[in-house]
Design a protein around this ligand. Structure first.
Ligand code: UD1
Length: 466
């Protein structure tokens, strides 16, 4: 079993790049199934969810290859229309393949994605939209079978909630439907504009993606293209929060700062100094973070639900009481119980989480409850005194590429280990040796933020500059 082991209290310092957006890469890879030709997708992150999408494409009869961060999909010989149960279970967002399969093969078979670690994830909006585009649906014991023998036909569709996945499925399905589709109350996430940019480069006619009304004029076929996925705004946000919790000074490069528009005021309220340019954000955190009075998750451009758990972790050591309201998913506080084990003071009632900042956390053995909640526990581990051992690492690998390497490049003491018992013994020997050699330095010679658990971190102002 793999673990991530963190020895906390190391101030993060330095510069990183983030990988391509998972939430863009997934619908774009799904959309390649609609293309009668070869799609070359660059900046495709190395994540288990992306690997699952690649397996689905291969199962559908597409020829897929990957070189580093480029995935090439030749869908010209696609001959399948079914996603087997095992692959549906491997990636919960595999429903985003529905529109592409149906558009290309005129039929699609899949099972319902089932429950999810962040609450029930119904797909009613996806199903009803496909029916509005002319597909017939038969449902039997969790199996969904769609048919559209004469192809799909454009329609006026209004979503009752701006679901990201449903918006993507509709855009993909409508791209080659007959006639015009007008989608209102569409989600406005940057990943939707990225998907539309890819499809338009393939010959689609999609207007208004990124706004709440999207107009899609169906075209007969799509041709191959080459596309670069946008940077991952959620990963960028997560690393900024990790920097903040360690009193760090970090720069995140090659991102689109406007995509982090809702996080920046929150970081400022927490006392962080921020500098942004067209492609980067630099953060310098204060000796003690301030509380953030109220954060509400909302559809884009509001505060992203995917950043809620990492923010909760950061606020556990802020000075004062912070409140977060989760408006998107009904059960997205599974990390809270684990944060309490670090010594955090958190209470959750319904959709509201109240975090009373404590002076310090103490490392624990803990398990990632889900993707973002898992990284939240890593953030707690970075702030905590002592050792944190995290299991359930496979959740984190769904959305963050080699997070231990990224954090280590910033000076964190974070490792992925296969055999925790053996690593622990080696670490203790190293500490003992370091103590013998130089009683004032840490085992790895890195700058330690503080050595005294009961008082909060003493800041070295020279490390922060003026
Ligand atoms: C996408 C993101 C996910 C993010 C979420 C919200 C991907 C791969 N995943 O997920 O990281 O947390 O957006 O920003 O892009 N709903 C229904 N019926 C439906 C569809 C959704 O009731 O048919 C509800 C969901 O239960 C949830 C809310 O709508 O409460 C938002 O879901 P949605 O926007 O669809 O999220 P996903 O596309 O699944």
């Amino acid at each position: 079993m793999e673990n991530i082991v963190i020895h906390g209290q190391k101030r993060l310092n330095g510069e990183i790049e983030v990988h391509g957006s998972k939430n863009s890469a997934l619908p774009i890879l799904a959309a390649t199934a609609l293309v009668n030709g070869v799609s070359e997708i660059h900046n495709c992150p190395r994540l288990s969810d992306v690997e699952a999408a690649i397996k689905i494409l291969a199962h559908l009869g597409c020829r897929v290859s990957r070189t580093d961060h480029t995935v090439t999909v030749d869908a010209s010989g696609m001959n399948g229309c079914e996603i087997p149960d095992a692959l549906m279970r491997e990636m919960r967002s595999s429903v985003v393949f529905l529109g592409a399969i149906l558009g290309r093969a005129k039929e699609a078979k899949l099972s319902t994605p089932g429950g999810c670690e962040i609450g029930l994830r119904p797909i009613d909006l996806h199903l009803s939209a496909m029916e509005q585009l002319g597909a017939m649906l038969k449902e039997d014991a969790g199996k969904l079978q769609f048919t559209a023998p004469d192809g799909l036909t454009g329609a006026r569709i209004t979503l009752t909630f701006p679901s990201v996945g449903a918006t993507e499925n509709i855009i993909i399905a409508a791209a080659t439907a007959k006639g015009r589709t007008v989608l209102t109350n569409a989600a406005r996430e940057p990943e939707i504009s990225d998907l539309a940019d890819f499809l338009n480069a393939c010959g689609a006619r999609i207007h208004g993606a990124g706004d709440s009304t999207v107009v899609i004029d169906g075209v007969e076929t799509l041709h191959g293209t080459s596309h670069t996925v946008i940077p991952d705004r959620i990963a960028a946000s997560t690393y900024l929060l990790a920097g903040a919790v360690t009193q760090g000074r970090i720069c995140v490069r090659d991102i689109i700062p406007a995509h982090l528009g809702a996080l920046l005021p929150v970081l400022k309220e927490a006392g962080c100094d921020l500098r942004c340019s067209g492609r980067w954000i630099c953060l310098s955190a204060p000796p003690r973070l301030h509380r953030v009075k109220m954060t509400r998750t909302m559809p884009y451009p509001g505060f992203p639900t995917d950043v809620q758990a990492p923010l909760s972790a950061m606020l556990t050591v802020a000075d004062g009481t912070s409140v977060i309201v989760e408006n998107i998913f009904e059960s997205r506080y599974k990390h809270a119980g684990e944060l309490v084990r670090f010594g955090a003071k958190i209470s959750v009632e319904g959709r509201t989480e109240v975090i009373e900042g404590v002076p310090y956390l103490t490392g624990v053995h803990t398990t990632a409850p889900d993707l973002r909640g898992g990284f939240a526990l890593m953030i707690a581990g970075l702030a905590a005194h002592g050792e944190t051992v995290l299991s359930g690492v496979e959740h984190i690998d769904r959305g963050y590429e080699a997070p231990e390497a990224v954090l280590a490049s910033l000076g964190a003491d974070v490792k992925r280990v296969q055999d925790y018992g053996r690593e622990k013994q080696a670490y203790e020997q190293k500490c003992e040796q370091a103590d013998n050699d130089n009683p004032t330095e840490s085992a790895d010679g890195k700058h330690t933020v503080s050595t005294a658990p009961p008082e909060y971190i003493e800041t070295d102002n020279t490390a922060h500059g003026a």
